[in-house]
Design a protein around this ligand. Structure first.
Ligand code: ZN
Length: 218
């Protein structure tokens, strides 16, 4: 079990190189998914080790495939996540589904030492949609999320980032930020909406109000 009091990125990368395999995605039950990840020290900004870690994270996210990946999901307790919702991926989703979720292309970005401030405009409810996680394979559930977020961070070279996001990108930011604080979507889900992948195909095509009526509040 990884000691979470210290983390040696160089040693981790050397051990990974020795395996000649991509890092596996850690599944729920691993301690690293339940602890607050460490701030990335300034000395690492722009370093070959940090840039290599981010490249690995992007490869793992794209291979999975997923729209976000936090460093703890590959066993690295550092405050970093990557996100991407590519246009080619959105092209396979029904336009009504994209519109309902506020899902729009999100270019590949890496966030180091991020903060995410939640906002929901007055008169608007938090958004409730099905969400899944590469670290909780085989399931999804309805999760309420704030409609908008402000994200601040630095990029892997230390350049500041400040972005306002809404809709699906805002959900991705909240989900990934949670990973850095040891929180999984299952801690926030409407638990009665938990569904296996086989059922999710149909459920995620229905209006959320119908799903709530059928499963959450029958
Ligand atoms: Zn996740």
């Amino acid at each position: 079990m990884t000691s979470l009091s210290t983390f040696d990125l160089d040693a981790w990368l050397a051990a990974l190189t020795a395996t000649e395999q991509p890092p596996p995605i850690v599944q729920a039950g691993a301690v690293v998914l339940r602890q607050r990840a460490f701030d990335v020290p300034r000395e690492l900004f722009g370093s070959p080790a940090l840039l290599r870690l981010v490249d690995l994270m992007v490869d793992v996210m794209r291979t999975a495939p997923g729209v976000g990946l936090a460093a703890p999901q590959i066993g690295v307790p550092l405050r970093i996540f990557v996100a991407e919702d590519a246009a080619e991926r959105l092209a396979r989703v029904a336009p009504e589904s994209l519109a309902a979720r506020g899902r729009a292309p999100l270019p590949l970005m890496a966030f180091v030492n991020p903060t995410v401030t939640l906002g929901t405009p007055a008169g608007r409810e938090p958004a409730v949609f099905f969400e899944g996680c590469l670290s909780v394979r085989g399931y999804g559930a309805l999760v309420p999320r704030a409609a908008t977020v402000r994200v601040t961070a630095v990029d892997p070279r230390g350049a500041p980032i400040a972005l306002d996001m809404h809709g699906w990108p805002a959900r991705i930011m909240q989900h990934e930020m949670d990973h850095l604080d040891g929180t999984l979507y299952v801690d926030r889900m409407l638990s009665r909406s938990l569904a296996g992948d086989a059922a999710l195909g149909e459920l995620s095509g229905l209006p959320v109000s119908d799903v709530i009526k059928a499963l959450v509040d029958p």
